[in-house]
Write a protein that binds this ligand. Structure first.
Ligand code: DMJ
Length: 624
């Protein structure tokens, strides 16, 4: 009680201090008008090319750019990391020439048969994600960026890379080692301690790879890792920050939504949306409810002990800033708006967000002064603008551009800021600046101008990976008989089996273990959705789509998708829109947004965002 009271006082104090700051600025600065939004979008495009060309001219094929000294450095595996991470941004910007030449160069020159020990997490989100998203763009006419000569080179590379990471999953818990050597597997001295985000943020990329290659092993190991983590949650449904992958013991019990845990939450919801796998949704709902109960000190979030919920760190850390964006996706918009306002007030105060801001002392957390060009707050700003069309998010976007242009721009790219109070630059540019930071900023302004881009007006709905890579809800990925997933992966071709047969197989689990050697720690009760009731995901969850052309994997016996009345996730691009045009010419309509009903989303904003089902066939997930 006492601590709650203290928190109330602290948050009132913070809100008063910061909202007056924000209001003050809001009064002084004129809101972004459509013409200015267009200029800002073009300016962001220029920012991308300043950094991308700086990388290509001074660092390529090394991993990352040193933008102050105009040199390169290998920071991950020595395989042109920044180029791989930039591919889908090039496509999004409509740069066919550079996209094509980059894909071709990678297809010809990249190889992973190298004696390098790399982070499983970073390699997955940056390299595997980059390769997969570019493959899905380059191989598909519908994206408008298909490369005629492209022959699946990036998919082949993606599969090779991921097979080289599989040895990391050979642990008693199923949670992978943090690092793996791409040539020799896991080093015998490798640390057994890994972070929750590191072990639990692989499901999107590994799942997409499984669905593209028809090999379930990738999807299964990634899901098994999530199960391994979730099985060790506390009684409060909280997870800690670090865990021993052999014993399953938490070595760091601080629970939070930021550092070391962040994208674990993110991938639970996104894996459900992308694959329609309900197990992820169940876990997300429990995990989210608990986060909102124990970590949320409205509008801030804190870190608590995972067993007792006692506050251990009353600190905002910059990685938390993705959370409002995730909440938009989950349909919980009201708290997202409040939290974004609070986080943005930190940006306004310093011109950047420090890695840590202490909520008790209202100052930069000791040792956490830097801003390494992170995207999270910009990402949430994009999602909130998409959800609300409130021009204040464009104003925030203008502030981000101004800070980056005046504070971080350096001779060959954009520099990290070592100290947000002194605005001192550091000679490094993380690849995620081009994969995420600039991408979300460009999308924000493009949304205000004409949104004629792949994401907002393309042939598919897209899920952004945690590295900002575009993963489309194509039939091959999203409707791959996910409802009859077995032991954590989707069904192989012709795997639609009667219930009895599946149950017999379940009791015969040991035999299956021999087929897929990475399953040792799957529980026998791992059969989550093995009954294959014959409904498509669309039918079960109220999605409808235009029938794609038949592929090898398509089950000709499946009934045609129909519109149904019950729904959990609703995705639409042709729903009736409430459209108001404000004086400044901005349309304030509810955009097609994915939202979950039945979770904690019951506020008015989320109801506005929940797209009601139409009686007609207009409501479709895919348009040709
Ligand atoms: C990125 O690599 C990803 O967004 C990751 O999930 C968190 N850290 C960086 C960006 O800050």
């Amino acid at each position: 009680m006492e601590s709650n009271y203290r928190w109330l006082l602290i948050s009132i104090l913070i809100s008063l201090t910061f909202s007056s700051l924000v209001l003050h600025h809001g009064v002084l600065a004129e809101s972004v008008k459509p013409e200015e939004a267009k200029q800002l979008r073009d300016e962001v495009r220029g920012m991308f090319y300043h950094a991308f060309d700086g990388y290509m001219n001074n660092a390529f094929p090394l991993d990352e750019l040193r933008p102050l000294s105009c040199q390169g450095e290998d920071t991950l595996g020595g395989y042109a990391l920044t180029l791989i991470d930039s591919l889908d941004t090039l496509a999004l910007l409509g740069d066919r020439e550079r996209f094509t030449s980059s894909v071709e160069w990678i297809g010809k020159n990249l190889q992973f048969n190298i004696n390098k020990t790399v982070s499983v997490f970073e390699t997955t989100i940056r390299v595997l994600g980059g390769l997969l998203s570019a493959h899905l763009i380059a191989s598909d006419y519908a994206t408008g960026m298909r490369i005629p000569s492209y022959d699946n080179e990036l998919l082949v590379l993606a599969e090779d890379l991921t097979r080289r990471m599989l040895p990391a999953f050979d642990t008693p818990t199923g949670i992978p080692f943090g690092s793996v050597n791409l040539m020799y597997g896991v080093d015998k001295h490798e640390s057994k301690i890994t972070s929750t985000a590191g072990g639990g943020t692989l499901s999107l990329e590994f799942g997409v790879l499984s669905r593209l290659t028809n090999d379930p092993v990738f999807e299964q190991v990634a899901k098994n890792a999530v199960r391994g983590l979730w099985a060790r949650r506390s009684n409060l449904d909280l997870v800690g920050a670090h865990i021993n992958v052999f014993t399953g013991e938490w070595t760091q019990k601080d629970a939070g939504i930021g550092t070391s845990i962040d994208s674990f939450y993110e991938y639970l919801l996104k894996a459900y949306i992308l694959f329609g796998d309900e197990e992820y949704l169940y876990i997300f709902q429990e995990a989210y409810r608990s986060a909102m109960q124990y970590l949320h000190k409205d509008p801030w979030y804190v870190e608590v002990n995972m067993d007792s919920a006692a506050i251990v760190w009353p600190v905002f850390n910059s990685l938390q800033a993705f959370w409002p964006g995730l909440q938009v996706l989950a349909g919980d918009v009201d708290p997202a708006i409040r939290t974004h306002t609070a986080f943005f007030s930190v940006w306004k105060r310093y011109g950047f967000t420090p890695e840590g801001f202490n909520l008790a002392t209202l100052s930069v957390q000791y040792g956490q002064k830097s801003y390494p060009l992170r995207p999270e707050l910009i990402e949430s700003t994009y999602w909130l603008y998409k959800a609300t069309k409130d021009p204040r998010y464009l104003d925030a976007g203008r502030d981000f551009v101004a800070s980056l242009q005046y504070g971080a721009k350096c001779p060959c790219g954009y520099c990290h800021i070592t100290d947000v109070e002194l605005h001192k630059q550091e000679d490094h540019m993380e690849s995620f600046f081009l994969a995420e930071t600039v991408k979300y900023l460009w999308l924000l302004f493009d949304l205000a101008v004409d949104s004629d881009n792949l994401v907002d007006n393309g042939p598919y709905k897209y899920i952004f990976s945690t590295e900002g890579h575009l993963l489309p809800l194509t039939p091959q990925i999203s409707l791959a008989r996910e409802h009859c997933s077995y032991l954590g992966g989707y069904c192989l071709s012709n795997f639609t089996k009667p219930e009895q047969e599946v149950l017999e197989e379940e009791s015969n689990h040991n035999e299956r273990s021999n087929i897929y050697p990475y399953h040792e720690s799957f529980p026998v009760t791992g059969l989550i959705k093995g009954l294959c009731p014959g409904l498509t995901h669309a039918q079960k969850y109220g999605l409808s789509y235009v029938q794609p052309e038949k592929t090898d994997r398509e089950d000709v016996n499946q009934p045609k998708p129909e519109t149904t009345s019950s729904s959990i996730v609703l995705i639409s691009d042709t729903v009736e829109k409430k459209q108001q045009v404000d004086e400044e010419g901005f349309s304030s309509q509810s955009e097609p947004i994915m939202t979950i009903s039945g979770g904690s989303s019951n506020d008015q904003n989320s109801q506005e965002l929940t797209l009601l089902e139409s009686e007609t066939d207009d409501r479709r997930l895919y348009s040709s």
